[in-house]
Design a protein. Structure first.
Length: 288
């Protein structure tokens, strides 16, 4: 028999994991705070995202980090980082363009015909800002063509990192590829140094968008007066059905009578008992 005991094998590196108990506790905290359901199958994804925080707070391992968060030893500031780490922020300028066609071809002409001269719009899960800046470009373009027309965009998200990016309004050049040329020329600034790869939203447009942090699962939304348009796209999918219904119900209360709610293309309000009528694919209208 060969004796391998003297050979020096490198043991496989131990993978830093969290236990099922820690996963359950953390997922429960995240769900209670922001409504996002993290399925058991997403444990590896969650671990990957939390690893960045382990060194940031000087924890010895991801398990130790979790115990510190669960035990409340890191304070509310760390919980904000945790929330920022678990949100999914995918977005694009002119994402789901049929919504913007409907806005320009149907909704805004209707408001103009009704003599409405101040359009208020809310992007309710705005991520890094592509959605509210898309809206601002279109509303601004429309306002230039309709005498006396004015507009305002409110943009909110739970994630303070994406809000910081949105406020700066600086994007990699390819991010604005979907913006039609005439709008890009007017609202997107090229860098003075042509070697730089990023572009910036023009300050006149940035000034038209007010950013803030709003958690959609809170019972009230501090956005001020009711609005004509709400874009709440691609966030309901992360909530369970009951939370979705509560959120959509609160959103519809923030709409003016006859106002419009735009949801993401895979989102639905089927089975919810709400004062909303479907007027186009994933576009709903509050009764006038
Ligand atoms: C996939 S992005 C969608 C961005 C944009 N609406 C779009 O469709 O391109 C979802 C956004 O929802 C935000 N979010 C998640 N939970 C939230 C909550 N409870 N309240 C507010 N925003 C939330 C995330 O931070 C993320 O930026």
């Amino acid at each position: 028999m060969n004796d391998f005991s003297s050979l020096n094998f490198n043991p496989a590196p131990e993978i830093d994991r969290i236990t099922p108990r820690q996963f359950k506790a953390l997922a429960g905290m995240i769900r209670a705070e922001i409504g996002i359901n993290i399925k058991d199958s997403k444990q590896t994804m969650l671990e990957g995202r939390l690893r960045r925080r382990v060194s940031a707070v000087d924890a010895g391992s991801i398990g130790e980090y979790c115990d510190m968060v669960i035990g409340g030893r890191l304070g509310p500031g760390e919980f904000e980082h945790l929330i920022n780490a678990v949100t999914t922020n995918k977005t694009d300028f002119f994402r789901e363009p049929a919504h913007f066609d409907y806005l320009m071809e149907t909704v805004l002409p209707l408001y103009a015909a009704e003599n409405c001269r101040q359009i208020r719009c809310w992007s309710a899960a705005c991520s890094t800002g592509a959605e509210p800046y898309t809206l601002a470009m279109l509303l601004d373009d429309f306002a230039l063509r309709v005498r006396g027309m004015d507009y305002r965009v409110i943009a909110t998200d739970i994630d303070t990192d994406v809000l910081a990016t949105a406020i700066k309004g600086i994007y990699p050049r390819e991010a604005v590829d979907p913006v039609p040329d005439h709008l890009r020329r007017r609202y997107v600034l090229e860098p003075k140094d042509s070697r730089r790869a990023d572009v910036r939203i023009a300050p006149e447009l940035r000034r038209r968008v007010a950013f803030g942090r709003v958690n959609l699962i809170e019972p009230t939304y501090p956005i001020g007066d009711p609005v004509h348009l709400i874009f709440c796209r691609n966030v309901l999918i992360y909530f369970d059905k009951q939370t979705q219904e509560q959120v959509v119900s609160r959103l519809s209360e923030q709409l003016l009578p006859g106002g419009y709610l735009f949801l993401g293309h895979s989102e639905s309000i089927a089975g919810f008992n709400l004062d909303l009528e479907q007027v186009a694919s994933t576009v709903f209208r509050r009764s006038p």
